[in-house]
Design a protein around this ligand. Sequence first.
Ligand SMILES: *Cc1c(COP(=O)(O)O)cnc(C)c1O
Length: 365
Amino acid sequence: MSKIRPEQMRFWSPEVRELDPYVPGEQPKIQNLLKLNTNENPYPPSPKVVEAVEAVLENSADALRLYPDPDATVLKQAIAQQQHVNIANVFVGNGSDEVLAHIFKAFFVQDQPILYPDITYSFYPVYSQFFGLSAQTKIIPLNEQFEIVVDDYKQPNGGIIITNPNAPTSIALGLDAIEEVLQSNPDVVVVIDEAYVDFGAESAVKLVEKYENLVVCQTTSKSRSLAGLRVGFAIAQPHLIAALEAVKNSFNSYPIDRFAIAAAVASFEDQEYFEAQCQKVILSRDKLVADLEAIGFKVLPSKANFIFASLPSKDAGELAQALRERGIIVRYFNKPRINQFLRITIGTDEQNQRLVDTLKQDILS
Ligand SMILES: *Cc1c(COP(=O)(O)O)cnc(C)c1O
């Protein structure tokens, strides 16, 4: 941000002066850069997605002149079909970050404490603060193995949010554990953020019919290679979707533009391509884990398109810096408990090989 003189801050709302915003992983413009820092998919989206965007442009006069469908009905239909739910179970937003913001507003802004793990998606504390919930947020530590302990979520609360698989740990929770959380908390909303679920974890969408307090949130950004489009969605029973729609229509009635709607629909309709790409990432992950373990890394068991790894013999911050100097960017969090780990996004096999070779032949030799 450009420098702001203290007296210029008088124009800011007092609350905004206190904000501590989310810091996204950087998008540097360096040649021959290998970006393994923001969990983007290394593969392009389905060719049908590109065709769908071009088809929107063919009718460009109307495509750009007219507002998009505020309900993005065709997109909700495509999601409902792919997820085996009804359209009344689907909410869509401008990236799942926006969906999560609406979830906080719709369900968590009340007096009881909301619960989430100490190590999880770093946007949750940002939203807690944004919605004035910092005082009534209860942070629940993961155990020594960086796992979520279900019993810790059996205490009075005003809502729970769990990332599954968790980020940045990459560890997945089974559906039996999630059902236990749901059953122990029948009067509050339990949110499962499944940004990475397509890389090997089990989705809680199949529990939506059974639990009136469950919201499952997913995104097209990672497994569908559409981070540039900003489409996220939530699946829940209609009484919860209605609350999200009320919030959305009090904030921005047209969050998803025509290009994003068309492209996301095409992606959901090309299930075969989607599954093949996810499978490729999973195979590459398993190979990368084996290669890193062979040079001494400890890697947490991953069900995501990233891994969380540490090297006992070298400081993780220094390692991240050494990689950066060689054009490879990974995510390093200088935070308690995880400051000896690197979060590494799974690339193509060639990209992962460059990472391993750089470590082996250059940094650790
Ligand atoms: C990437 C990510 C999101 C946000 O995804 P967008 O749809 O791109 O906004 C939400 N939750 C978690 C845990 C993520 O890692």
